[in-house]
Design a protein around this ligand. Structure first.
Ligand SMILES: [Zn+2]
Length: 185
């Protein structure tokens, strides 16, 4: 589970601090955490109804039992997605955590994947050189988003409109049966 996050205000000039060499980061057991508005996450923002939300993240590096660099990415936040039923904005809580084993090549990634149990949620990624943690955090957030976000119950006026639209084919059908005679001209 997520530990307490220390929210660090982030400016554009701080971005370079998030460019890391994963092996070094993991060997040192480094942890980076922070918080930013959606304006920082263009790809996430493009999936949102507006940019009013924000994300807090934590990236923890370690070396796993097999001596491989491992990152645990945690992202939490509150954003507004677009309901696919009524097309209005809807609150969505991002709360996701994924462990990632970092490899340096595709063949190595394949090897590591073979060693993971089918139900092991650990992801394997290939990073040769540096990586911008903000990109990883953004990927993590994007992957956690529902494919087709919907209000549990759409706001009243829209729910009404939706209900009307969805129900009307049956109503029309019933109406046609009942009014079959009347339809003749
Ligand atoms: Zn809705």
């Amino acid at each position: 589970m997520l530990k307490f996050l220390i929210f660090t205000p982030l400016s554009k000039t701080d971005m370079s601090d998030y460019l890391i060499v994963p092996t070094d980061f993991c060997k040192a057991g480094n942890v980076l955490e922070g918080k930013g508005s959606l304006a920082m996450f263009e790809r996430v923002a493009s999936a949102c109804a507006d940019t009013s939300g924000g994300l807090a993240w934590r990236v923890a590096g370690s070396i796993d039992a097999h001596g491989r660099p491992r990152l645990v990415l945690s992202v939490k936040g509150s954003i507004h997605l677009i309901c696919q039923r009524c097309l209005e904005g809807m609150d969505h809580q991002v709360d996701t955590e994924t462990a990632v084993v970092v490899t340096f090549s595709e063949p190595e990634a394949d090897e590591v994947e073979m060693t993971l149990a089918d139900d092991d949620p650990t992801e394997v990624i290939v990073i040769d050189g540096k990586v911008d943690l903000i990109d990883l955090i953004e990927d993590e957030a994007l992957l956690s988003l529902p494919l087709s976000p919907r209000h549990e119950v759409c706001p009243d006026k829209d729910a009404g409109r939706w209900k009307e639209e969805k129900v009307s084919p049956f109503a029309v059908l019933k109406g046609m049966k009942g009014a079959a005679g009347g339809k003749k001209k």
